[in-house]
Structures are given as C-alpha cells and as structure tokens.
Design a binder for this molecule. Structure first.
Ligand SMILES: Cc1ncc(COP(=O)(O)O)c(C=O)c1O
Length: 438
C-alpha cells in the first residue's frame, strides 16, 4: 500500500535513519485513520498542504516582506507570499493581510503590540464562557498581564447569549482601547454589528479572533466580522480552514504598517516559508465551490450531532449550536466529569477534550464538560447519517464509561465507520515497511 503524503524515498530514509520516530509516525497515521477526531480545533489538512510542508521552501530565510527582504534569492518566496496575501484579502474581504505569524497566540500578541500601549485596557470574553487564553486569562499573568489590563465579559447562562447592554456598561466603566470578539468554545454566533457599535461609542478598536471559524467564514457559512467594519481579524490557518499550522492577520489599511512592523521585526524573525506556501494554496482551495459546500456541511453536521445527543438526554451548555462546536455538561446529565468522559470516549475511538463550562464549579483538569466539533469528520466526507451513528456511540459511552467490554465493542464500531471514510491524503492501515515495497 502507498501513502501519497510523503515521497516513498524520503520515508524509506527516515525509517533507516530513525526507526523510533518513523514508528511513531506510522502509529499516528493509524490513530488518525482508525478513530474519529472531534477536537473542534483540529482538522485533516488538504493533501496539497503536506506537499508544501515537506518542500524546499522549508530551507529558505525570508526576513522582511515581498520586495523588501534582508536576504537574496527571493523570487519564488516573494511570489508565494504575494499570492497568499492577495488571496487572503480576497477571501476575507480585507484591505491588508499579514500571513507570517507562526501560530495563533503569536498573531494575537502581534496585534496587541501593534495597536496598544503598555497599561491599556482590553475587553475580551471570559475563558470559562468560551474565550481563549490569549485574550488575557489570569493564568497568562506572567506575560500579557504584565503589560496590558484585561477585563472580561461573560455569556448568559443557560442560553449562551451575550447581553450587549452588560458589555456596553463594562466598556463605559473600563474604557478599553480594544474590544475582542472571539472564542475557542462558544457555540453561538457573535453579534458583530452590536459589538462594533459599542466600540464606536467608547472609542475602542475592534479585534475578532476567528481562529476556530476561519474556514467557515471563508466558505460563507458564518458572518465575516470585516463586513461589519472591524479593525482587525485574526485566524489560525490549521483549524476549519484545513491549512498548515499558522496564523493570519487581516486588517483595515490604516493598521497595515503597524501590524506588519509588529509581526516583523517586532515579534518574529524569519517567516516559515513552507508554511506560507501552504497557506497560499489553502486559500486558493478555500475559494472554491467545494469548500463552500464543506463549510455548510460542517454546520449541518454539528446540528445533526447536537440534536441526536440532546434527544438522548445530553445537556448542551447553550441549548444548541450555531457553529461547528458543541459543549456538553457531562456532570449533570451523566454524573461524570469531563476527564472521565474524555478517557472513556478515547477508549471507544472518539477523540475530544474535557472542557470547563461557564462559571464551572470544578477545576480545569476535572471540569464539568466536554467540547467537540465537526470540522474533521466532515473533511472525511461524513454527513448527517454518520453524525447520528456517532451520537448513538457517544451516548452509550457516556452512560457506561466504566464498561470495558462495551467500550471495546464500540471501538470496533467506530473503526468500521472510519474505514468507510478515509482521511484525505492518508491511506489507512499503512503498515511499517510498506513504503519499501511502494
Ligand atoms: C480563539 C483562539 N485564538 C488563538 C488560538 C491559539 O492558536 P495556537 O495554538 O496556534 O497558538 C486558539 C487555539 O486554539 C484559539 O482557539
């Protein structure tokens, strides 16, 4: 059997040079093929991405920006970075794009340092209500809190709606320089127009960190904050967008120079040009009708999964989902904390993560819930019937987390389901040594 994500020759070399890492690689391919990946921030990248990440662009230093580099030999790197920037601007309807941030946290830091002065206040979403660490959670005290003053709004329990009157009152009290919309575990759509209005009233800039939603916005399935006049939008490129790991900053023209200087030379040295090349191709693929259909299917699958789980007694923290992700309170409905649920589901071949629920009474390592989403199974081609089957497996696990024979039986069922939907670009069950024969 062959696997077209790597050249057989390179793989044979790896096997000869480092059998340990080769073995782990083969095992990881099998894990990703045989199990259902439901972590909502993970996905299977486009197969083209593997080709570029394993390419000679890895070898090139390109400090600076197209046409203004600190090293020679940039005719091809300039070309791919220009393509990536132009495609990003077109896909997200932005004046300017910076495609160099190495990853999500780095891109957000670059925005803070571009737009703010030390001591400025930032208003973002509370982490237990769905916000992200990089929006100023107190555990990041050592870094961000030394420089900026973060205050946090929350969502309403149990609906998950954000009370804009409350956000407005907080904005008037704290006078933030920057207001952030964005989350990593919030199953509702944001009212971007409402947030922008509040920001204008208090003279704040606006940032939407759509790291989870980038692909769904590119595919037109969710609203684009840039259409509502946001100053800056950040997104990771490896989640719903199906690209390489990376970050991207889109902004209005008036912030372009500050953002670019903040990324380089402010925060980073040489960009990862193999990553930038893969982002360029990802954005070309994200502009196709196929990707539009994919983005809508991600949402349809999330709804189907949520409905089937609720019909079986699961309690969703917001009572439903409007995007790709779902958070369940496992403590109330099933009497188990999220870590127990995560472990039992793992045994049944379903990977997701334990997660805090809004104002969780339990600690982060033993939280009250689990978080999961549909970008990865949708990339395999799964649709609503498979989501129903998946919900039935999950419900059995959540009701019987200690029943080992049942978990083993369900694992076989998960594997059989996965066998019908191969991971894009990865042929399942590639056995060690198979590459030699390829
Ligand atoms: C909203 C949000 N912002 C930023 C990040 C950070 O991205 P990275 O892990 O690439 O640094 C994440 C990652 O999950 C995220 O969900």
């Amino acid at each position: 059997m062959t696997n077209f994500t790597y050249s057989p020759e390179a793989l044979n070399r790896l096997q000869a040079s480092d059998a340990d890492v080769f073995g782990a690689l083969m095992a990881e391919e099998t894990r990703q093929s045989d199990g259902i990946e439901l972590i909502p921030s993970e996905n299977y990248c486009f197969p083209e991405v593997y080709a570029l990440l394993g390419s000679v662009f890895n070898n090139k230093y390109s400090e600076g920006y197209p046409g203004r580099r600190y090293y020679g030999g940039q005719e091809n790197t300039d070309k791919i970075e220009n393509l990536a920037r132009d495609r990003a601007k077109a896909v997200f309807r932005a004046d300017h794009a910076n495609v160099q941030p190495l990853s999500g946290c780095a891109m957000n830091e670059a925005v803070y340092f571009a737009l703010l002065q030390a001591g400025d206040t930032v208003l973002g979403m509370d982490l237990s209500h769905g916000g992200h660490l990089s929006h100023g959670h107190p555990v990041t005290n050592l870094v961000r809190h030394k420089i900026f003053n973060f205050v946090r709004y929350k969502s309403e329990i149990p609906s998950g709606r954000i009370d804009l009157d409350h956000v407005r009152a907080m904005a008037k009290e704290h006078k933030p320089k920057l207001i952030i919309c964005g989350h990593s575990s919030y199953p509702r759509e944001y009212d971007y127009a409402g947030f922008k209005k509040i920001a204008d009233e208090v003279g704040a800039l606006t940032l939407a960190d759509v790291s989870h939603l980038g692909g769904l916005i590119a595919g037109g399935a969710l609203k684009n904050p840039m259409d509502f006049g946001f100053d800056v939008m950040t997104t990771t490129t490896h989640k719903s967008l199906r690209g390489p790991r990376g970050g991207m900053i889109l902004c209005k023209q008036q912030h372009a120079s500050a953002i670019d200087k903040s990324v380089f030379p402010g925060m980073q040295g040489g960009p990862h040009m193999h990553q930038v090349a893969a982002i360029a191709t990802t954005l070309k693929l994200a502009a196709t009708p196929d990707f539009k259909a994919y983005a809508q299917q991600v949402l349809d699958n999330a709804k189907a999964l949520a409905e089937a789980l609720m019909a079986g007694g699961a309690q969703l923290v917001t009572g439903g989902t409007e995007n790709h992700l779902i958070v369940i309170n496992t403590a109330t409905a099933f009497g188990i904390t999220g870590d127990v649920a995560e472990h039992a589901l793992d045994e049944a071949g379903i990977t997701l993560n334990k997660n805090v629920i809004p104002d969780d009474p339990n600690p982060p390592m033993k939280p009250s819930g689990i978080r999961f989403g549909t970008p990865a199974p949708t990339s395999r081609g799964m649709k609503q019937p498979e989501m129903k089957q998946l919900a039935a497996i999950m419900l059995q696990v959540l009701r019987n987390p200690a029943d080992k024979p049942l978990l083993a039986k369900l694992r076989a069922e998960t594997k059989a389901l996965c066998a019908r939907f191969p991971v894009p670009g990865v042929t399942p069950n590639v056995a060690e040594g198979a590459h030699k024969a390829a």
